[in-house]
Design a protein. Structure first.
Length: 426
């Protein structure tokens, strides 16, 4: 009798286990999905979902995140609209005109979560969508951490630009110790006009852009404009190196250091920059290091001098104190240090001390006192003048895009590009 009762319990237990497992299997298999995307570069991306269930579907959540260099991995959620039914279709459109826009080649990861009224739910695997500029038939070549994309000009043209990029990285590493930590993509448009069509809100002078948090550079280079393209690639690529070396969640770096390193990577500046600096030294009308730590002036001549001074200051630090100190300075900024604190830790002087030491090297006397340094608190979102525009934000803005604006991801072409394009128009 006892054996029969024990056997009965075992049978009932097995039925219970099998029943639970069967219910779970049915619940997981109840909802089926189909997803797709529509790329309308540069204006929008639309994500589509079709889902079917044995019961009415009453909740759909769209999740997405962008592959950027960031200390935090943020996932955004969208509660999509649809009519409850066992079979539903819904979508979410990322409108770049009303929200933050994306550069060519940006990667977006996305997933859908669906639930019906009886509690069955399913989450689709994460998928990656690459926001490519599909107006052109791109070719690509790679070397090391760099992949270069182009659609006009032969392989020799593309290889020469790629070789310039890799050579500039070697020189920058030899001179400063700075290097790429993550891969970068370079998109070569056949003209500045083609490049501007890749942006939602382009500026008429835009000739190139460094999307530093994305590891992407986009430049308009015609095959006959190769010399200009080489210098521009070097300049913008150096911005990516600087960003990767110093990116942190607390502060950015002074503009004179960011632009000065890119100017230094290009090599000896042309005569117009030298003349601008020489005239300012002769008249003792230099812009202070403290002022150059913030946004460059919107006045063309003052902005031109700002770039010339930034190059001269960086060269002064490298020549006087060595490349190991520049590398240490970048590493200190990586820790989120303020401007003066970083300079004092590495060189033993603040922004005013740097300004005075640099002035003396130019044959000028030191100044006694300047207005307080603009970075008494950690640096905030850099505002943008005629030489750059930061990330836009709106009601549906993607959170990491706001973050990369704060971290200094900006479209900052060098003044040389502006001058070059103006000459081409004449």
């Amino acid at each position: 009798m006892i054996r029969k009762i024990t056997l009965l319990y075992i049978v009932l237990f097995l039925f219970l286990i099998v029943g639970i497992c069967t219910c779970n299997i049915f619940a997981q298999d109840t909802i089926t999905t189909s997803t797709s995307t529509k790329n309308e570069f540069p204006d929008s991306i639309t994500f589509y979902l079709e889902a079917n269930s044995s019961a009415e579907i009453d909740e759909v959540i769209f999740r997405y995140r962008i592959d950027i260099i960031s200390p935090v991995n943020v996932t955004s959620l969208v509660d999509t609209k649809f009519l409850s039914s066992p079979s539903i279709e819904t979508k979410w459109k990322w409108d770049m005109h009303t929200s933050s826009s994306l550069p060519p080649g940006a990667d977006i990861e996305y997933s859908w979560s669906i639930e019906d009224i009886v509690g069955n739910e399913v989450t689709t695997p994460w998928q990656t969508f690459e926001f490519n500029d599909n107006h052109y038939d791109w070719s690509s070549i790679s070397e090391g951490n760099i992949t270069l994309y182009w659609y006009r000009g032969g392989t020799a043209f593309a290889y020469e630009l790629l070789q310039t990029a890799t050579d500039s990285l070697h020189r920058l590493y030899d001179d400063t110790g700075a290097k790429l930590n993550q891969p970068v993509d370079i998109y070569i448009y056949a003209s500045s006009a083609d490049l501007r069509e890749a942006f939602v809100y382009p500026q008429e002078w835009t000739g190139g852009a460094a999307f530093t948090a994305y590891g992407i550079v986009a430049i308009g280079v015609a095959p006959e404009d190769l010399a200009w393209g080489k210098r521009t690639i070097t300049h913008e690529l150096a911005h990516l190196v600087t960003y990767q070396m110093t990116s942190n969640p607390y502060s950015d770096i002074p503009t004179w250091l960011n632009e000065g390193l890119s100017m230094y990577a290009e090599g000896e500046p042309d005569i117009s920059f030298k003349t601008s600096l020489e005239n300012a030294v002769k008249d003792d009308e230099l812009i202070s290091v403290q002022t150059l730590s913030s946004n460059f002036p919107t006045d063309f001549e003052e902005a031109y001098l700002s770039y010339a001074e930034s190059y001269s200051i960086v060269k002064f630090l490298i020549d006087r104190y060595g490349s190991e100190h520049i590398l240490k300075l970048l590493n200190v900024f990586k820790e989120g240090s303020t401007y003066d604190r970083a300079l004092e830790e590495v060189y033993g002087f603040d922004s005013l001390g740097l300004y005075n030491a640099w002035r003396v090297s130019l044959g000028l006397g030191p100044v006694i006192e300047l207005s307080p340094t603009p970075e008494s608190t950690p640096a905030s979102n850099p505002q943008n003048g005629i030489f750059g525009c930061g990330a836009a934000s709106g009601e549906t803005s993607y959170i990491p895009l706001i973050a990369f604006g704060i971290l200094g991801v900006a479209l900052i072409p060098s003044i040389r590009k502006i001058i070059g394009r103006r000459r081409n128009k004449k």
